[in-house]
Design a protein around this ligand. Structure first.
Ligand SMILES: Cc1cc2nc3c(=O)[nH]c(=O)nc-3n(C[C@H](O)[C@H](O)[C@H](O)COP(=O)(O)OP(=O)(O)OC[C@H]3O[C@@H](n4cnc5c(N)ncnc54)[C@H](O)[C@@H]3O)c2cc1C
Length: 542
């Protein structure tokens, strides 16, 4: 066993995902000597750009930046470190089996005019619902960048927290409260059935929601995505912003790493942490897989809660109740990713010939709510559905530097698939999944199969093995009401602290959850800094 005590740090961040890098940058900016230890040979976690064929770069996992917090972009000067995003316009686009392609334009009047072609009544409803959703989303917005309230009426801090929440809702009417509760608990499908007459219009909303989470659109709790997608994002704080990142999603984490280094963050890659080093119930560093010990006064884990508490914290350090709660977190990742390099641009039937490249970039292949519901039902019993919901982005049309001239990148997010297969293994079924995805695409873009030069299939098992996502869950824990807000990662521990003094959780498993937001990293760093300023982590001997 080797020791690396000649240099100890104020803070070690385990994991160089975008949240770990965000946390590290804020800590270093506040003057803490900070080390990031990343298991892989590159930083970024599931916000990366990787070469999958010579000269062909792809956002292998996450692929659209929709909720990256404007405050993080500005505080860390990410634009100066090379981050550039181009708004997705259309924000989404759905080709239907009858050949009609419906874009959802970023400009509301333009979107309304487009939806009028489907149903004049629904186009009017769209404006009313959009206003309603945007207003409600504004109430939730502030909670993103602050710890959720710890409901504890036996303590002063519990009452202070409740007061803080109450102030956030100042001015809300009882009608809005009931709307808010029904969006938080209700189903997307029933909401859409109540409000829209056209199946195509309902499908447009479906295509913009329920990504990565458990549950078909008729399951309670699926309407919440309607509000999440209207939180403001991007450099200019636009409500409902979504963007293509120039250079792929890895440009976000490269910018975060550069911002951190500028403040003094040290980043080591190929440095897997085996264990959090704990003495007297207090974190005092880490032990790498090669046995190297590194000391720090605080440790922040960017790994998911199960990996952190069930693998890295030595057994015996945590109480059984806490461990039981962590084991109970619903993960079971329901998604996969298929990345393709093509010898020509995919031609989606029904796309107008005059469409600009950016308008030929985003295609969501999901024909109806019933289709999606059936797909989830099949997957939840451990089968790979014959018919899949595939979200396609021709990212080389948004950024032609991603592939050599003439070649194209088609990155495809797939749901729903099971993490646990009823029969066989994912290693045996990887090609079958890839084939089914291509078979779905061919219904809409017939030239794709003959144009494939390279294909990368990432099953839920691959997401676990390569990207270190326990059970392949892309959000470090399903985004369901009982796993959100003051119940994330588990009730009683939503303030980024953990039962181990000096150990914090800073990844998507903490509030406000998954997606490329930077919010958990930002919030965890600020919590640690508040504790630091109170002098909780004074250096001790040993
Ligand atoms: C296929 C897929 C598609 C997605 N699409 C989108 C999308 O389009 N838009 C969006 O906003 N979000 C999307 N997401 C979700 C989003 O990418 C994640 O929720 C988010 O990136 C999580 O960030 P994080 O920093 O919290 O964790 P991660 O990105 O998971 O980073 C954790 C890091 O910790 C490292 N690590 C773990 N254990 C150790 C250890 N023992 N030692 C050292 N390092 C360790 C890991 O290697 C990893 O780098 C997608 C995710 C996936 C997988």
């Amino acid at each position: 066993m080797s020791t690396d005590f000649h240099k100890s740090y104020d803070a070690i961040v385990v994991g160089g995902g975008h949240n770990g890098l965000t946390a590290a940058a804020y800590l270093a900016r506040a003057g803490l000597s900070t080390l990031v230890l990343e298991r892989r040979e590159i930083v970024g976690g599931c916000c990366v750009t990787e070469e999958i064929a010579p000269g062909c770069r792809v956002s292998t996992t996450s692929y659209i930046a929709s909720m990256l917090r404007p405050e993080v972009i500005q505080d860390l000067n990410l634009a100066q470190h090379g981050l550039r995003m181009v708004p997705c316009d259309p924000a989404i686009q759905v080709p239907f089996p009858d050949g009609q392609v419906v874009p959802w334009w970023a400009n509301r009047e333009r979107a309304k005019a487009e939806f009028c072609k489907i149903s004049a009544k629904d186009a009017e409803t769209f404006v009313r619902v959009d206003d309603q959703l945007k207003k409600l989303a504004r109430y939730l917005q502030p909670f993103f960048l602050e710890p959720p309230p710890e409901i504890d009426t036996a303590s002063v801090s519990g009452w202070t927290d409740l007061f803080r929440v109450g102030r956030r809702f100042r001015g809300i009417s009882s009608h809005e409260i009931s709307q808010l509760i029904s969006f938080l608990t209700g189903s997307l499908g029933e909401f859409l059935d109540r409000n829209y007459e056209s199946e195509k219009m309902k499908t447009m909303f479906l295509a913009n929601n329920v990504y990565g989470k458990h549950g078909g659109p008729y399951q309670p709790g699926t309407a919440i995505g309607l509000l999440f997608h209207l939180l403001s994002g991007g450099e200019h704080e636009l409500q409902g912003f979504s963007g293509h990142v120039m250079g792929g999603m890895g440009a976000i984490t490269q910018a975060l790493a550069a911002a951190g280094r500028k403040c003094g963050v040290e980043i080591r890659t190929s440095a897997p942490v085996a264990q959090i080093d704990i003495c007297n119930h207090r974190a005092r560093g880490v032990v790498l897989e090669d046995g190297t010990e590194i000391r720090a006064r605080i440790v922040l884990s960017n790994a998911d809660p199960k990996r952190t508490f069930l693998r890295m914290v030595p057994s015996g350090e945590l109480g059984e109740d806490f461990l039981q709660a962590i084991r109970g977190i619903k993960m079971d990742g329901p998604c996969a990713k298929v990345n393709l390099v093509l010898a020509e641009e995919p031609r989606f039937t029904g796309t107008p010939t005059e469409a600009a490249p950016l308008e030929r970039t985003f295609y969501t292949l999901v024909p109806s709510l019933e289709f999606a519901e059936r797909c989830y039902d099949i997957a939840k019993f451990g089968e790979i559905p014959e018919e899949l919901w595939v979200d396609c982005v021709v990212s080389s049309n948004a950024d032609d530097s991603l592939a050599p001239r003439g070649k194209h990148i088609l990155t495809c997010f797939v749901q729903y698939v099971p993490y646990r297969l009823r029969q066989g293994t994912w290693d045996e079924n990887r090609d079958l999944l890839g084939d089914r995805v291509v078979r779905k695409i061919v219904e809409y873009a017939p030239n794709v199969p003959n144009a494939i030069i390279a294909r990368q299939v990432l099953t839920p098992l691959d997401l676990e093995r390569t990207y270190c996502l326990t059970e392949g869950n892309i959000f470090h824990g399903d985004l369901r009401l009982e796993q959100l807000f003051f119940m994330r990662p588990v009730a009683g521990w939503s303030h980024y602290r953990t039962p181990i003094d000096g150990l914090y959780l800073c990844g998507a498993g903490a509030h406000p959850g998954g997606g490329v937001t930077g919010a958990p990293g930002h919030n965890a760093a600020h919590q640690a800094l508040r504790d630091w300023k109170k002098g909780r982590f004074k250096r001790t001997a040993g």
